[in-house]
Design a binder for this molecule. Structure first.
Ligand SMILES: NC(=O)c1ccc[n+]([C@@H]2O[C@H](COP(=O)([O-])OP(=O)(O)OC[C@H]3O[C@@H](n4cnc5c(N)ncnc54)[C@H](O)[C@@H]3O)[C@@H](O)[C@H]2O)c1
Ligand SMILES: [Zn+2]
Length: 361
């Protein structure tokens, strides 16, 4: 199968390229090839399988789609960004970019799409109140965070809540611009599928980590911050009280999930859109992650700072059973093993993708 991998030079995309080659497929990389990611690009020496362009460039998208069986859409501007002034760049890159790509696919008759989704579409995870059952707390108040009250409370009675696993049918609640763009990508993919008879699967990744992760920039994930601090000989600084729960999923498992989804999508009914949580199924706290990394790196030990970032959610952990049951995917890299590898794995130098684009590279 010939697969166009947008963002194929990025952190996750370059692992997808490798996974597809390993399964006998023919990946074609489409990426701006910004300094933040070079992995997938340098591996593909054949010029016909490498397009250095923006996904908003219609003509190059049309060229790249020739002879392609399916598209794996990873290209996006990631992370929280610095402030709201980044909004037009996120929306342009992620949503206009997706629209141009989908229009090109409609034109070229390419009907199969796998999209890089994200758990950020859910906002705060799932919680249960002892009195009110399933509940959805709103954003946490600054006053609470400043006072070190990090746990969200029941909006009806103020009781403490028990976090649970988020399933795909949970309502969307995107709480920052990036999250909005990831949700919009799904809506666009779904509209495209209905309009063209296409089939689209969105893999809602949890916190992806592993070799080749970008170094700490405002756009990177928490595992990268900790890993970068350790590389500088500094203690990882753990925000809040360290008990925030996440699901850390290894990048090779995410790449395998993409390969499995690409192989499955063509057998779906036309006009189909479905989302799959993509997590390890082993929730951990951010504090545990910092401890595991620091231990494997040989120190220094993490410090819990009580700082917080507005817009961060307290707990969000995926229920990834659907992906296992329906597509037969199994994560293979356990938490301890993955963190031990990541503690010494190379990172890539991170310049914010769009900043680099504006700099003209
Ligand atoms: N890393 C995570 O934990 C995580 C979690 C959830 C979802 N995701 C999603 O996974 C996908 C890949 O993320 P990543 O972590 O590998 O990030 P990354 O920045 O390493 O990779 C993104 C790649 O896309 C390219 N790109 C960006 N905008 C482009 C454009 N307009 N045209 C062409 N190429 C462009 C960049 O050059 C880069 O190589 C993204 O869609 C992201 O939203 C990532
Ligand atoms: Zn209650």
């Amino acid at each position: 199968m010939r697969v166009l991998v947008t963002g194929g030079a990025g952190f996750i995309g370059s692992h997808i390229v490798e996974a597809l080659e390993g399964r006998g497929h023919e990946p074609v990389v489409y990426d701006t090839m910004l300094p933040s990611g070079q992995g997938g690009a340098t591996r593909l020496t054949d010029e016909r399988r490498r397009f250095v362009a923006d996904v908003r460039d219609r003509d190059t998208v049309a060229k790249a789609l020739r002879g392609v069986d399916a598209v794996c859409h990873q290209a996006a501007m990631v992370g929280l960004g610095k402030d709201f002034a980044d909004a037009p760049r996120y929306v342009g890159c992620n949503d206009l970019g997706t629209a141009v790509l989908l229009a090109g696919m409609a034109e070229a008759g390419v009907r199969d799409l796998v999209l890089a989704g994200s758990m950020v579409v859910y906002g705060e995870g799932r919680y249960d109140c002892p009195r009110h059952g399933r509940t959805r707390p709103g954003p946490r108040a600054v006053a609470d965070l400043e006072a070190g009250r990090f746990e969200p409370r029941c909006p009806s009675c103020g009781a403490g809540l028990t976090p649970g696993l988020v399933t795909e049918d949970a309502p969307a609640d995107p709480r920052n611009v990036y999250a909005v763009t990831k949700l919009t990508q799904e809506h666009l993919a779904s509209a495209w599928a209905r309009a063209t008879g296409g089939r689209a699967l969105s893999l809602r990744y949890h916190n992806v980590y592993g070799p080749g992760m970008p170094r700490d920039t405002p756009y990177a994930g928490v595992a990268s911050f900790f890993r970068s601090a350790l590389a500088r000989g500094e203690a990882p600084r753990v925000f809040e009280d360290g008990d925030q729960r996440r699901d850390f999923v290894h990048v090779r498992d995410v790449a395998a999930a993409n390969a499995v989804a690409l192989e499955a999508v063509r057998d779906r009914p036309s006009e189909d859109f479905a989302a799959y949580n993509t997590g390890s199924g082993e929730p951990r706290t951010v504090g545990q992650m910092a401890e595991a990394l620091a231990a494997a790196h040989g120190g220094p030990s993490p410090v819990v700072t009580g700082e917080f970032r507005l817009g961060d959610v307290r707990h969000v952990t995926a229920d990834s059973r659907r992906l296992r049951e329906e597509l037969g995917w199994r994560p293979e890299v356990g938490f301890a093993e993955g963190m031990a590898e990541f503690a010494t794995a190379p990172l890539r130098s991170g310049r914010a993708p769009q900043a680099a684009a504006l700099a003209g590279s």
